[in-house]
Write a protein that binds this ligand. Structure first.
Ligand code: FCB
Length: 488
């Protein structure tokens, strides 16, 4: 068994703070930016879209900071053309966006009908990208489950898997002639554990056993969606999934055991079935007091274990764990402060605690640790040597300085990006098959439980006027995308 641990940690000699400039990336390396449907589109009730779990959640008092919702968001649904012009002006090679399931199959059930207006929106978007020379990288599920499906049980029930495969077949047939890369799921860790265990994400349930059933059904949905996309796409797209890995550091006598448990729940619960066709014995044992895993049926693991062309990697920071003594006040600095009463760690919540990380921190309170990205890329490449990797999200929330002339300075974001790209470059030099990097995010947007309070964009959005203003980081990223050389 291998894991993402501190085994390789430590500052790399010759690059003590990962602040290099002048590094040259391979000529075919992809530089892109990412967004997600509910975070940017708005137009929540237009053209046949029905509510998703995030509409319900954000409209429930007390769930999202300041009562913010995605009703309008960045209004990308209406401003898509000028947003595409903006991307082109930034020299982006690729755009990672997500498709809102409730725009395509509004109730989630094919028998209730497919919404042509929703398909037309994404079809125009894809054509607009291709006209501008930008590769479309589409995610099928970035957390907006049709509310009707949640009302019938959500991800903890198996019928949701078939509904997802049906939806995948519809988008595959509609867009699979033009999409460059299909991504089935974004961060199923968040969908399962934050949505159904910890409760800080929609639908906000606190049911540890349901969270583990959701893990399995999301894995199975990934496998069935790959089958449906392959059966319907007439172009030659690449296939992928995006996972958020927990890069772990350990403290105290039981450090190795604490890291093993969290690695099993957070990382291997997804990589082992998807890339090896198994659930690891230690995961099943650690969670045996929560569930007997009887929701795993014969044949499921073979369905989940489909080949993928590229593994999407989202990375923001590291986590430090130790065994909890069961007596001291428990520390839960796992970066998910919007805790809502439940646990994201079924089976290990009374065993492991998350201790405060050394700074510096971003505005999210997440520690800045570019060496963690290097550790992660090394670890994945060692575990899955033939699996090409793509960084599908990396970036940082910071408050911007808006000058009187309207220009936006964000030196901390530039510094964050430079350090992480230096780490990525180091991995490539070491032989890791890393194909590209997508900055999170193109635009300031609806940051889930934090609403509009946290700004991740390289382009500032004025949420009163919805005006866009590229920040200094956008100009810096444009130089990188255009030259392939890490700017100073
Ligand atoms: C990731 C999500 C993305 C965004 C960033 C900050 O977990 O995939 O939508 O919220 O974090």
């Amino acid at each position: 068994m291998s894991s993402v641990t501190s085994e390789h940690s430590g500052i790399v000699q010759g690059s003590p703070d990962f602040r290099d400039a002048g590094l040259v990336f391979p000529s075919d390396f992809t530089f892109g930016s990412a967004t997600a449907s509910y975070q940017v589109e708005g137009a929540a009730a237009e053209d046949g879209r029905l509510p998703s779990i995030w509409d319900t959640f954000s409209h429930t008092p007390g769930r999202v900071w300041n009562g913010d919702t995605g009703d309008v968001a960045c209004d990308h649904y209406h401003r898509w053309e000028s947003d595409l012009d903006l991307m082109q002006s930034l020299g982006l090679h690729a755009y990672r966006f997500s498709i809102a399931w409730p725009r395509i199959v509004p109730t989630g059930r094919l028998s209730d009908g497919v919404n042509q207006a929703g398909i037309d929106f994404y079809s125009r978007l894809v054509d607009g990208l291709l006209e501008r020379g930008i590769r479309p990288v589409a995610t099928l599920y970035h957390w907006d489950l049709p509310q009707t499906l949640e009302d019938a049980g959500g991800w903890p029930v198996r019928t949701t898997v078939d509904a997802f495969a049906d939806y995948a077949g519809v988008v595959g047939a509609a867009l699979g002639d033009r999409i460059h890369t299909w991504t089935t799921l974004n961060e199923p860790w968040c969908s399962a554990y934050l949505g159904y265990g910890q409760g800080g994400h929609a639908p906000g349930r606190h049911e540890p056993a349901a969270a583990l059933a959701a893990v399995h059904h999301l894995n199975l949905a990934h496998g069935k969606a790959l089958q449906a996309l392959r059966a319907t796409s007439t172009g030659s797209p690449e296939y992928s999934v995006t996972l958020n890995f927990h890069v772990l550091r350990g403290e105290g006598d039981g450090a190795a055991e604490a890291m093993r448990r969290i690695d099993a729940l957070a990382n291997r619960a997804f990589t082992s079935p998807m890339l090896r066709g198994v659930y690891d014995e230690d995961l099943l044992a650690d969670t045996s007091s929560v569930t007997d895993w009887s929701f795993v049926h014969d044949g499921d693991l073979a369905t989940i274990n489909q080949p993928i062309d590229v593994l999407g990697v989202n990375y923001y920071s590291t986590a430090t764990v130790r065994l909890w003594d069961g007596v001291s006040p428990k520390q839960m600095n796992d970066g998910h402060k919007a805790a809502a009463g439940g646990t994201a760690w079924p089976g290990s919540d009374r065993v492991v605690e998350f201790v405060q990380q050394p700074g510096p921190y971003t505005d999210m309170g997440w520690n800045i640790a570019p060496e963690g990205l290097l550790d992660l890329l090394r670890s994945l490449s060692a575990q899955f040597p033939h699996q090409p990797l793509m960084i599908t999200e990396n970036g940082a929330a910071f408050a911007d300085e808006v000058a009187p002339d309207g220009s936006v300075r964000d030196p901390l974001r530039v510094d964050y990006l430079r350090r992480h790209l230096t780490a990525a470059h180091r991995a490539i030099e070491e032989g890791v098959d890393l194909r590209g990097y997508f900055v999170w995010s193109l635009l300031d947007n609806f940051e889930w439980g934090y609403g509009y309070a946290k700004r991740f964009g390289i382009v500032r959005v004025d949420f009163d006027t919805l005006e866009r203003m590229p920040k200094a980081s956008a100009h810096w990223f444009r130089r990188l995308a255009q030259t392939g050389v890490l700017p100073a």
